[in-house]
Design a protein around this ligand. Structure first.
Ligand SMILES: [Zn+2]
Ligand SMILES: [Zn+2]
Length: 815
């Protein structure tokens, strides 16, 4: 990318602050782009005549003089009994869109009921507060979640008309006990699904099945509730919403709320040089070491130069740059919110910004704070209040709080690392801008290929529709346990199968064969005494508990899937800044015993991964290149671990581990190339393994650009000769049994995906590979071998052979 564009935009706005910041020449060099996002005029509408007059007067008293057009349009659809998804930006008032029809109905018809589903308890609580603040005595609203005490649960079932809960509670608490909920379900008129774009990947597939179970149970009680969904701006919200609910919905996505102009800067922290022989510290752990050590690089000044694996250069930590930006913006009087990825990073960034201010403006130190999950509601509300009044000028918050956080009156947001999806990015950036006033947003790149790509390709941030929410409700590994749940709730009938999708028939037959269901003339029955056990947020097997040997204290849990590589015997485990060494991993009981220790080394697992092609279900063939989508079996075994000195990364030794292999049947996208293509790309046979390995790492890093996944949700295998394909092959697979839809997105967008991968690697100015391009933080091979330049030539050759995505219609002008 060329020189910074700071000089090109209107200096009369909040952008003047940006200009002042950029006057520091080091910082100007780091700003890769500034986008001026124009203001939008609001489009008010009249209150609908059918809306309850008391409700309208209460909303007006709460400061909503007139609704916006999108709120009224969504409300009308729901009021008329049509399912609807309202997909508009942050602070566009989506809640008015569903509260108008829902509360109007509850007020008009005392026997009617409604459910509100939020992805988190905190959001349901916030929603309860705002409904209660309307003081409508005709609406009995209550939350129903894991925190609801027993006696209160009975009251909720019997008396509440508006129940605010989450998919977990619907799955575990309400549906299995539907007989006790019968009066409620008989009156159920509306199901509100808030923040529905958050239901993606395997979790999204689970929620889709839970909603189908809810529809089935409701049908038995004679009701067909109307689904009202609220979403951030996503591509094709109607398709996502109808896959999630299984019913067709209207789409309202024209945001009619006003917005001030915004300057949006893309910011790339500088690459820190490699200085051989000097002691180094590990880089910002948010990027390379897991969430518990992030922020370690915040003290840039005077600290030794960090480096990555195999002496690769690394960039200054996004958290460190963000802390500096926070201090500078606060010093300018700009009310700023920094979004970070972990609780610890929130504390570290706030502390570093306070330290920075202590030197230049000590009177402002007390006006910066951290704001993160885990605070008590009163603490959170006090912080929100102090931010609203301007008493607080700067806050570092975890991105989890982008949901439900009640903060207004901000001037700027700094986003430390791409939050994973454009939907989240705009959600976070949208927090800035007091009504109609100018705002500033800064995306600070982390040291990984996706962030690097984005700050060098503004068109991928600003010129592109937001992603669709990717999930696959037909995943058999998700479908089967929900069919068991459904059968245990009410016997499954022939007619029910259609509701659960095309795979339901085969799945039910399978369950009968395994003795889980029994076929009787009246349907399929659950045969076991206990209820089926499904962990809708988990990923394969019970989580492994981390227990301190000396005290028996439970420190936390890790996913079964990652336990072998993170809590094997001898692993260093970090928890809230304290370190422990694992003395035993007991796989039978799913528990790891740890002892407090402060070793001056860290540990890195070495793994061996094999992939077997079960079948290719779709393919595209070109001269010298084939691309496939299909089912694979991945066998992964953690075989050893290395101890590395914390300060230098020096390998202190390697110890073998005796852990069983783990198998995963899932979906993968893969491409194969011929030896002729490799020769034409001037890749020597000895360099092929490093070229495909580097191309694989970068492809994993960039897939989140096309599928709403995280790089930790997917894995890869590359080889110069694969026994099943007979060719040099690169595989990228879904990390969840049965697949989550990510590999499919990769297949459908393969040309675009590999183009972005190639560009990200080629654009990185490091000499031979670094975390910003081809190194992977989770490589089981210690990031060896990697051939960056050969990877670019390989990808160029593949792209030359592939003409377009399978998802695109064939080009009429194809030569
Ligand atoms: Zn690089
Ligand atoms: Zn690797």
């Amino acid at each position: 990318m060329g020189s910074p564009a700071v000089t090109e935009h209107d200096p009369a706005r909040v952008g003047t602050v940006l200009n002042r910041l950029a006057r520091d020449s080091r910082r100007a060099a780091n700003i890769t782009h500034v986008e001026s996002v124009p203001a939008r005029r609001g489009q008010p509408a009249a209150w609908p005549e059918w809306a309850d007059p008391l409700l309208v007067s209460r909303l007006r008293a709460a400061g909503i003089e007139q609704p916006w057009a999108h709120q009224v349009e969504a409300a009308r659809a729901a009021h008329e009994g049509r399912g609807v998804v309202l997909a508009t930006g942050t602070a566009s008032g989506k809640s008015v869109g569903y509260l108008l029809p829902v509360l109007t109905r509850l007020l008009a018809e005392p026997s009617s009921r409604a459910i509100y589903l939020a992805p988190t308890k905190a959001l349901a609580n916030d929603q309860l507060r705002s409904v209660r603040s309307l003081m409508l005595t005709g609406v009995r609203a209550s939350t129903y979640d894991g925190d609801t005490p027993g006696p209160e649960r009975e009251w909720v079932r019997a008396h509440a008309t508006f129940v605010l809960t989450n998919p977990d509670m619907l799955h575990r608490g309400i549906l299995p006990a539907h007989r006790r909920w019968a009066p409620f379900l008989r009156g159920l008129r509306f199901v509100v699904v808030d923040e529905c774009h958050g239901y993606r990947g395997v979790f999204g597939a689970h929620v889709a099945q839970i909603l189908r179970r809810l529809r089935r149970v409701c049908a038995r009680y004679g009701t067909r509730p109307v689904f009202v969904l609220a979403s951030a701006t996503v591509a094709d919200p109607g398709l996502s919403a109808s896959r999630l609910t299984g019913v067709d919905v209207d789409v309202v996505d024209a945001d009619a709320s006003p917005r001030g102009p915004m300057d949006f800067a893309l910011y790339e922290p500088p690459l820190l040089g490699v200085r051989a022989g000097r002691p180094s510290t590990p880089a910002d752990g948010t990027e390379v070491g897991g969430p518990d050590v992030d922020g370690a690089g915040v003290d840039g000044a005077g600290a030794p130069v960090p480096h990555g694996e195999n002496d690769a250069p690394v960039r200054r930590a996004a958290t460190a740059e963000s802390a500096d930006l926070l201090a500078d913006l606060v010093a300018e009087g700009v009310r700023t919110l920094v979004f970070v990825r972990s609780r610890r990073a929130a504390e570290v960034v706030a502390a570093a910004a306070r330290r920075g201010l202590g030197e230049v403006a000590p009177e402002l130190v007390e006006r910066v704070a951290a704001y993160r999950a885990g605070y008590l509601p009163e603490e959170r509300r006090s912080l929100e209040g102090r931010l609203r009044t301007g008493e607080l000028l700067g806050v570092a918050a975890t991105s989890a709080l982008e949901l439900g956080v009640d903060i207004s009156g901000l001037d700027a947001t700094v986003i430390a690392g791409f939050p994973g999806t454009l939907a989240s990015l705009w959600q976070q950036a949208g927090r800035a801008g007091r009504t109609g006033q100018a705002a500033l947003a800064v995306l600070v790149a982390r040291d990984d290929p996706l962030d690097t790509y984005l700050v060098h390709h503004p068109e991928a941030v600003f010129g592109r529709p937001v992603e669709a929410s990717v999930f696959d409700p037909d995943n058999p590994y998700v479908l089967m346990p929900h069919l068991e749940c459904a059968a245990s709730e009410l016997p499954l009938t022939e007619d029910d199968l259609e509701l659960f999708g095309p795979g339901a028939r085969a799945a039910v037959d399978d369950l009968v064969r395994h003795g889980r269901l029994r076929r009787r003339p009246t349907g399929w029955f659950w045969t076991q005494r206990h209820r089926p056990d499904v962990d809708i947020r988990g990923v394969g097997g019970p989580p492994v508990r981390i227990v301190e040997t000396a005290t028996g204290r439970l420190l936390g849990t890790v996913d079964a899937a990652t336990s072998h590589s993170t809590v094997h015997a001898g692993a260093v485990y970090l928890h809230q800044g304290a370190s422990f060494i694992v003395n035993e991993l007991d796989l039978d009981d799913a528990v790891a015993f740890v002892d407090a220790a402060t070793p001056d080394w860290t540990t890195v697992a070495r793994e061996h991964t094999d992939i077997r092609v079960v079948e290719s279900t779709r393919s595209a063939r070109f001269a010298d290149v084939e691309i496939h989508l299909g089912t694979v079996e991945v066998t992964n075994q953690v075989i050893a671990f290395q101890r590395r000195r914390l300060t230098t990364g020096e390998v202190l030794g390697q110890e073998p581990l005796d852990l069983p292999p783990r198998q995963l049947r899932t979906r993968a996208v893969w491409y194969t190339v011929t030896d002729e293509l490799l020769a034409a790309a001037q890749i020597e046979p000895a360099d092929v393994p490093g070229a495909v390995h580097a191309a694989e790492h970068a492809a994993i890093g960039l897939l989140p650009l096309f599928a709403t996944c995280d790089r930790w949700d997917i894995g890869g295998v590359s080889t110069d000769l694969h026994p099943d394909t007979g060719r040099t092959s690169v595989f990228v697979y879904d990390g969840h049994a049965g697949g989550a839809g990510f590999a499919e997105r990769g297949f459908l967008r393969v040309a675009n995906w590999l183009r972005a991968t190639r560009d990200a690697v080629a654009a990185c100015e490091c000499p031979a590979g670094c975390p910003s391009c081809v190194q992977s933080p989770k490589c089981g091979n210690g990031n060896e071998p990697l051939e960056k330049a050969a990877a670019v030539r390989l990808l160029d050759a593949v792209l030359a052979a592939v003409d377009g995505d399978p998802a695109d219609p064939p080009s009429p002008r194809r030569e």
